[in-house]
Write a protein that binds this ligand. Sequence first.
Ligand SMILES: C[S@@+](CC[C@H](N)C(=O)[O-])C[C@H]1O[C@@H](n2cnc3c(N)ncnc32)[C@H](O)[C@@H]1O
Length: 242
Amino acid sequence: MAEARPRVHREVVSFVRRSSRMNPSQQKAWREHADWVIRVPARDTDTSVAPDAHLDVTDAFGREAPLVVEIGGGTGDVISAVAAKHPDRNYLAFEVFEPAVASTLSKCARAGVDNVRVVVANGVDAVATLIGDRALTELWTFFPDPWHKKRHHKRRLVSRPFADLVAAKLADDGVWRLATDWEDYALAMREVLDEHPLLVNRHDGWAPRWEDRPQSRYEAKGIAAGRTIYDLCYGIREGGRR
Ligand SMILES: C[S@@+](CC[C@H](N)C(=O)[O-])C[C@H]1O[C@@H](n2cnc3c(N)ncnc32)[C@H](O)[C@@H]1O
């Protein structure tokens, strides 16, 4: 008799599970730069992270340097460009979609960078499990999936529980950079982050566009559709951690 499969509890996640089929150039990048992809044990689903998983960041990059994490970087437009501009920092990407990760690897290779590593995993799990408290110089969440329908708002990445997690992981002088082209999500982000006791808005309202951030694929789509881009930037409130 066939063994009963354990039931996998499907938690609410901020992404849609998609086919991981890659085109030939993505397959090539995946093969050629496999050493930039860090494997971590999963809990149940492929993109989950086992609660006892460990990442030795110094070992992964072969050096100690300020750590920048991006969640949901898509095809790597931003991380490849910024990592090239700041070779003195370590850049770690958490992205669930393998073909996008392959494109990120290929962009990093073209940019000539060696300071980017990628983990194919849910960034929420990954930040919670793999990143030490106060270890982040920067966290980026640029153009997260908007989840328009009200009944889907619980799937949005930027939420109070996620803000609690980020607040624990940011260094005292660390920053959380966000951007979106959806006004209602931008306003929801402001509401969650402005009322967080540990976080402080680094600007008076919306942040100016971060000059290092090149236009990503999703940003370009938003602009082409006539939408306004909203940038946000938060840090840790002075004395907030006492
Ligand atoms: C709308 S796209 C934006 C991509 C990119 N930031 C850009 O501006 O082009 C959102 C990306 O986030 C990824 N994603 C969504 N939730 C995620 C999560 N919890 N962890 C890791 N990646 C996630 C998706 O696979 C997708 O590539």
